[in-house]
Design a binder for this molecule. Sequence first.
Ligand SMILES: C[S@@+](CC[C@H](N)C(=O)[O-])C[C@H]1O[C@@H](n2cnc3c(N)ncnc32)[C@H](O)[C@@H]1O
Length: 360
Amino acid sequence: MISIEDKLSKRFRSGGCGNLSPEETAPPPYWKPEAGFVSSLRWFVQARHHACTVCELRFSRTEFHPPMRPRNIIDIRTHESFARGHLPYSTSIPADELQERLLEMPPPVEDPLTLLGESEDHISAAQQLLVEKGWELSAVFSEVDVRDDLISTDPSVQCWRPNDFLECVIEELKDRLPAVGVAIDYGCGSGRDVVYLAQRLKGWRVIGVDNHSNALARAERLARRYGVDVEFICQDLRKDPNLNTTADLVHGCRFLSRPLLVYCKHEVLKDDGLFVWSTFADGVENPAPPYRTSRRLVQGELKRLFPDEELEEIHYSRGTLTTRQKPVPAEFFAGRKKPARTEGNPAITNALETERHERA
Ligand SMILES: C[S@@+](CC[C@H](N)C(=O)[O-])C[C@H]1O[C@@H](n2cnc3c(N)ncnc32)[C@H](O)[C@@H]1O
């Protein structure tokens, strides 16, 4: 009997199948190391009385291993067929939900997908849709090809992930974040990052804001499917950035409103709060939208906006974010808001004095 590994290492394209070279059959690395991502994190551990000690942490995407490695097997059979048995580590997205749930796929430019369906019609429609949208298919099976391997009854594997930068920062720092807090994802779009935040920050109030109601509806469905609570707010952040709350974590990706950033710094981010932002920046070439300079950072802009006196820099780098399958220059910035200085503020000095007195 041919094992599933053998079957997976064969390429079944619409035109037939062929043998692959070892490089082609090698599983793609879950994390591809990339210049600029192996970064030095300076984390300012807050000790008592706001004294700060500095420790150096190194992290790279290659060091992070998710518990169950997704194999990018997309099972487009019905929920019932999937429940009866499926290939190990596969993801259930029935054919009639595929269009809506494309955002639950791994990024198209990275790992090829394996597709498993039950009817020829479903398989070829799905194949066409996925290839049109930029995914590469490494194998396509119909149920009969792999009947003996449909042995798993484990839950469907999550094969989407949030933006790499957010994931790196949260995975590295999650043990240092408070047990409860408020996290806001500005310009959350269809919700991958905000749903991820709700998954990782159990007990937190997690808010996603966007002015695009259709995107928010998709995000709400994503949150429901993955069983997390997220508060979604439909609001034009360029007109009104106020959400009537402060936050312990402020995040944005591929969205830029300069007044919003200033507002977050002064009005939203709590002392010690984490700021994580990555968005498009000017480069030598701007191969894809946004083309308007008002929607792109100029070099080092986030660093200048959050100077050292206000934010302790955790990470800054320039790199690329992919849009329309093209790498577009981008900046990645994470920092922690420094606690407000107490010297010279009689109200705070008095409060601290009273507390010290009471403890003594
Ligand atoms: C390129 S998408 C990024 C979505 C998500 N952060 C991500 O990285 O996948 C930009 C998002 O910003 C939202 N957006 C643009 N202008 C906005 C505004 N004035 N107020 C709120 N959201 C806005 C868009 O609706 C869109 O969902």
